[in-house]
Design a protein around this ligand. Structure first.
Ligand SMILES: [Zn+2]
Length: 218
């Protein structure tokens, strides 16, 4: 009995010292573990929020609310570190409906590059891509047609037998009225030399923005 008690008396402080010494280490590990869990939790919640936003964007797109869907898709794109292929497909498809054909082609091509012909959306993506390409060609044709618009300023206008035109700057009054914060300011028209008329040559120059005013220096 006596010897056991003696041993216990001897061992107890030793145990206490050991426990005490290892305590900070255990606490540190626990702290680290807790932080890691919190970080994981945060990541998890973030991912869940992004997925919810993506779901609602897809829903809006299916309801043909493409502008509203676009806002959500953009926010999803902005908050993702790397873009999954299905997001590329959805954004490309929505861009098509917004008439952003170049953008649509860009994202749909990404999807097809990633997934080939066996992806969940491969068939749809290929379909939308073809439509977007056709629309882009159409759009470019319209734009180049606009570029060759025939404009009157590229031609010389025949002013008729009189050879003169009422000055369009002062409407023939020889006086130009300028309005500023102080009120109306009257000044002599600088183009028609106080006659209220332009020669045909002057008139054509004016149409091209090449007629210089008399009083430019004043
Ligand atoms: Zn004038």
């Amino acid at each position: 009995m006596a010897s056991i008690t003696k041993k216990a008396v001897f061992i107890a402080p030793l145990l206490a010292i050991l426990l005490f010494a290892s305590c900070p280490l255990v606490a540190q590990d626990e702290e680290r573990e807790k932080l890691r869990e919190m970080e994981q939790q945060r990541e998890f919640q973030k991912t869940r929020a992004i997925n919810a936003r993506l779901d609602s964007a897809v829903e809006l797109m299916k309801l043909e609310q493409y502008e509203a869907a676009d806002v959500k898709y953009r926010s999803v794109l902005a908050s993702m570190k790397s873009i999954p292929s299905d997001v590329a497909y959805y954004f490309g498809r929505n861009s098509f409906h917004l008439g952003k054909y170049k953008q649509s082609i860009d994202w749909l091509t990404k999807y097809i590059q990633l997934k080939g012909t066996t992806g969940q959306f491969s068939e749809d993506a290929t379909g939308y891509l073809k439509r977007a390409e056709a629309k882009l060609v159409e759009q470019r044709q319209v734009q180049s047609a606009k570029a060759v618009e025939v404009l009157s300023r590229d031609f010389t206008i025949d002013c008729g037998p009189s050879g003169k035109v009422q000055c369009p700057v002062c409407n023939g009054s020889t006086v130009v009225i300028r309005k500023d914060y102080l009120g109306e300011k009257y000044s002599t028209c600088g183009f028609c030399h106080k006659t209220g008329f332009l020669t045909c040559e002057e008139y054509n120059l004016l149409l091209r923005g090449q007629l210089k005013a008399d009083n430019v220096k004043n």
